[in-house]
Design a protein around this ligand. Sequence first.
Ligand SMILES: N[C@@H](CCC(=O)N[C@@H](CS)C(=O)NCC(=O)O)C(=O)O
Length: 94
Amino acid sequence: MAVKLHRCSGTIIKGPHPCWVAQHALDEAGIEYEVVKHSMVRPLRKDVQALTGQKKMPLVEFEDGTFLRDSSVIAERARAGTLHGPGETAPFSS
Ligand SMILES: N[C@@H](CCC(=O)N[C@@H](CS)C(=O)NCC(=O)O)C(=O)O
């Protein structure tokens, strides 16, 4: 099942950067995904805001329209082989 990784466009930045952490974990786990890049500038993330009700990334979007958020959650589930478990419905409550 294909998923989308919504991340900021700062792909040069690695290390502890949350978007890199999530993408690296998906790569390490051999999970196929499509990258959807958004602005690094928070006020310009109107597309992310419209999609989820907030502007933070990374986000994994499943085909059913639900999401996983927070790089540590995405990385943990990718490593555990449980990425495709239940996701959250947007807009997020917190
Ligand atoms: N705890 C979150 C932090 C995510 C985070 O800070 N992402 C940056 C990526 S550029 C961001 O969206 N910053 C803008 C903001 O905090 O509104 C995670 O690990 O996923």
